[in-house]
Design a protein around this ligand. Sequence first.
Ligand SMILES: Cc1cc2nc3c(=O)[nH]c(=O)nc-3n(C[C@H](O)[C@H](O)[C@H](O)COP(=O)(O)O)c2cc1C
Ligand code: SF4
Length: 431
Amino acid sequence: MFEPVLTSFVREPNSFTLDVALRHGAYEGLREALAMAPAQVIEIVKASGLRGRGGAGFPAGMKWGFVPKDSPKPKYVCCNADESEPGTFKDHVLMERNPHLVLEGCAISCFAIGAKVSYIYIRGEFHHVADVLESAIAEARARGYLGQNIFGSGFDCDIFVHRGAGAYEAGEESALLESLEGKRAQPRLRPPFPAVVGLYGCPTVINNVETLANVPAIITKGPEWFAALGPDKNGGPKLYCISGHVVRPGVYEAPMRTTVRQLINDYAGGVRQGRTLKAVIPGGSSTPVMLPDAIDCEASYDGIAKAGSMLGSAAMIVMDDTTCMVWAAANLIHFYRHESCGKCTPCREGADWMLKILLKIERGEGEMRDLELLQSVAGNIAGKTLCPFGDAEVAPVLSTLRHFRHEYEAHIREGRCPLPAEWRCGGGHAR
Ligand SMILES: Cc1cc2nc3c(=O)[nH]c(=O)nc-3n(C[C@H](O)[C@H](O)[C@H](O)COP(=O)(O)O)c2cc1C
Ligand code: SF4
């Protein structure tokens, strides 16, 4: 029976306070880590196989190991709390309900790489969550869990919350660093990678909130325990945000052995009554849609990759048979057009162009050659941009075109959306 690790007490009253967190073992991982050598902590995280929960799934221990040990410069840990991808709302829950777990993860990471300062870069709109984090930091400092000479170990560590201005692109790691330095959130060319040249030109680890929140339990319960929670190379607990046409949308913690079907049916209560499943976007808006016949795969990095999509941020957007897939693609591209940082032409111009074509088709004014044009514009964005935003923005277009071409063609042939008018989303179409 799987016991939640990250969300075990988030429904308790005042779960965000230090007293409640301490009752559940908060800061024990930090205490144990400080009794080890930093290199040993990195080895334990490596052995656990913990993969980054921000989207790419890169092994966290390996990333920490890239930080040069002999650098004379200060080092930093940046906790990526920008969380702006449509459908993604898991980090929010951790920070709001279990902030001390996140702080503890940041502090252990600082110790492991030799940093004394960590910044939590939080999405600007999360006012309440930023306040909760700041109160938690103040509480931890006042009681000696942060600050000077923690647990008498000689290790000093402080954490600061930095509020972003609300840009999706600011979650991209190098754009995040630019923003932290007070500049526009636009990505940097890599290499050099942040582990060597990061914040203020210094070695920096950037990890997602959920990634860091896993670290305390890895230290206290051991890397083998962590790895055994999930399939090979997909260990640990995982937070899934399930939204869309399900009975109980929400954040659910489960091992990565759980299938996409189980998450939708057993956790989120299934597709809303009287309707059938049409498609799922498994990992946030940047991942290709999956059809109902593919959802018996494990909801792990490797399981979803084998099924032709990506786990991404584990944000499952469930769509039932009332969803117009042309409208869904247009709606997502509307978001990407708005959020493109504008640094590279294919992304900046391409998103606008794709939206125009999609809206034309959706209005019933499309021509068959528009489908080839869409494909060609998308092909000129994917793999041709400075950051992965370009690949992300073409995923909704290419995957809906692949799986639902008949629906695009029906719009063009019939000169209207082929679905019943009453199914349309209250006229809320992207413009
Ligand atoms: C456009 C874009 C937005 C991103 N937004 C986030 C985000 O909000 N949170 C996050 O953790 N990672 C985000 N990422 C991924 C980060 O660049 C980076 O891979 C991640 O923070 C690394 O942490 P992890 O290894 O713990 O996953 C984004 C990437 C891109 C391309
Ligand atoms: S791909 Fe888009 S978001 Fe990324 S750098 Fe280029 S313009 Fe900016």
